[in-house]
Design a protein around this ligand. Structure first.
Ligand code: GLP
Length: 240
């Protein structure tokens, strides 16, 4: 596992974007696994900058997003489809039909998602954020390490954190279910890049690296993968 500790979120985003750009420059048909949440926003801004400076093209890239809230239409500002279009896809030259979100509303049904990823050659590089409880995607503590893409229940802690960050603190607005790539789906990626910033992630980062590998901390499964890079800022990395 390659662990990179940098000063702050700006540095983390710069490094993460460089790694993604490099992947796409090496292989213009790259298949990227993408994440939502606050963590990747700055990274996506750097990718947009690189595209606008003609340093990289996404015209032949395909993307598969990790997860989606159940019941939020793509036009809902807190849906992950909306987030991806707004934060990245609308600003680069990717073909929107080459971007997938597991949603079941008007994109791929969760039960076909892993098959579709496979048909496209598998994910070359999977970007991940990290939940404060160690979730990756929406795979909450207790999720089987064998899980594939499916409908999942959100942990109360996740609902509370996401209500505060994205739903103006209104718990009743946060869906209680989601569709998520499973832990096995994530482990099938050829390379994994996880980014975490801020003090709230310190415990989960410590667990990822040092806790017993178990379903209590879903992120510990990443220690079984042969090509993982973890980039943290000084706060998220303060216990390691
Ligand atoms: C969310 C998402 C995850 C994300 C994580 C961290 O609930 N489902 O994919 O990585 O929690 O979110 P954030 O980056 O906002 O801290």
């Amino acid at each position: 596992m390659n662990i990179i500790k940098l000063a702050n979120e700006v540095e983390v985003a710069k490094k993460a974007a460089e790694i993604i750009e490099e992947e796409v420059k090496q292989n213009r048909n790259a298949v990227l696994g993408l994440a939502t949440g606050s963590s990747p926003i700055l990274t996506y801004q750097n990718l947009i900058k690189a595209f606008k400076a003609n340093e990289v093209s996404f015209s032949d890239v395909k993307t598969f997003n990790l997860d989606e809230y159940e019941g939020l239409q793509p036009t809902h500002p807190q849906s992950y489809r909306y987030f991806m279009n707004d934060q990245l896809f609308n600003h680069i030259d990717i073909k929107i039909e080459n971007t997938y979100v597991p949603e079941g509303i008007n994109n791929v049904r969760p039960e076909s998602y892993d098959e579709l990823i496979k048909e496209n050659g598998g994910i070359d590089l999977q970007l991940l954020g990290l939940g404060v409880n160690g979730h990756v995607g929406f795979n909450e503590p207790g999720t089987s390490f064998e899980s594939l893409t499916s409908e999942v229940d959100l942990a109360q802690e996740t609902i509370e954190v996401n209500a505060k960050k994205f739903f103006n603190g209104d718990l009743s607005e946060v869906p209680t279910k989601a569709y998520s790539m499973g832990l096995k789906s994530i482990m099938n990626a050829k390379k994994i890049l996880l980014i975490a910033t801020g003090e709230s992630k310190a415990e989960a980062i410590n667990a990822l690296l040092n806790a017993t590998i178990s379903e209590d901390w879903p992120c510990t499964i990443l220690r079984n993968h042969k090509d993982v890079t973890i980039i943290v800022d000084s706060e998220a990395g303060k216990l390691i």
